[in-house]
Design a binder for this molecule. Structure first.
Ligand code: 13P
Length: 252
């Protein structure tokens, strides 16, 4: 049975003190009532070590939002996968459309990052998804398949077990415009079919595929009710504990 997951992506929000406050509040809320899904919070690098320690005895796992495409050395300002792992973080989000667009991360660069993350014992939440122009041209399937082929379909079946896919249509991120549950289910099913073609039916059945893009407590139940939607990757609504808990509760 594949995992149901609700993951937060704080993006570039929260000072260290604000992050500690948010994670503490979430930990307390979730301790009172065990969630029916895995809960992950993706945070800036500066929070990782502190929050990994803070959430150690809780259901919450911690994720980085990026790691370097080099193992170590003279790369001023970069943070390696080994460094992320050493904080106690379990996951890293890679391939987010904001990284692809604003920081020019190509499929080749992302492939390096994925390899280094897995070599260092991290699990990867790998993001894919089309732009509005691509959707209008009906290219969403081709885009998703190419993004998978470009950065993760070279992995061995053993490595694949540490991959979570997040489908995030770019036009739905931070726009308040959610894909309908039907639109999301259609492409999730297609993504699972692509995984099956490379890794087989069983591996595809076991792969968690999350939806991301203006997901909130009000639309999460309908999205998560679809057979191929295994949870969400949440931006804005992960920045307040009650909002995030509202989405987690969609798995009740
Ligand atoms: P929003 O939930 O703010 O639309 O962001 C989604 C996202 O990009 C998560 O990675």
């Amino acid at each position: 049975m594949r995992k149901k997951i609700v993951a937060g992506n704080w993006k570039m929000n929260k000072t260290l003190q604000e992050g500690i406050a948010l994670a503490s509040e979430l930990k307390e809320i979730l301790a009172a009532e065990t969630p029916k899904c895995d809960v992950i919070i993706g945070t800036p690098f500066i929070h990782l070590a502190t929050l990994a320690e803070l959430t150690k005895d809780s259901v919450i796992a911690v994720s980085a939002e990026n790691c370097a495409d080099k193992a170590s050395g003279a790369y001023t300002g970069e943070v390696s996968a080994a460094m992320v792992k050493s904080t106690g973080a379990e996951y890293v989000i890679l391939g987010h459309s904001e990284r692809r667009e604003y920081y020019h991360e190509t499929p080749e660069i992302l492939k390096e990052k994925v390899d280094l993350a897995l070599e260092n014992g991290l699990k990867v939440i790998f993001c894919i998804g089309e732009s509005l122009a691509q959707r209008e041209q009906g290219e969403q399937e081709a885009v998703c398949k190419a993004e998978l082929a470009g950065s993760v379909f070279h992995l061995t079946p053993e490595q694949w077990k540490n991959i979570v896919i997040a489908y995030e249509p770019i036009w739905a991120i931070g726009t308040g415009k959610t894909a309908t549950a039907e639109q999301a289910e259609e492409i999730h099913a297609y993504i699972r079919k692509c995984v099956a073609e490379v890794y087989g039916e069983q591996a595809a059945e076991d792969t968690s595929i999350l939806y991301g893009g203006s997901c909130k407590a009000s639309n999460a139940p309908e999205l998560f009710a679809k057979p191929d939607i295994d949870g969400g990757l949440i931006g804005g609504a992960s920045l307040k504990a009650p909002d995030f808990k509202g989405i987690i509760d969609a798995w009740k």
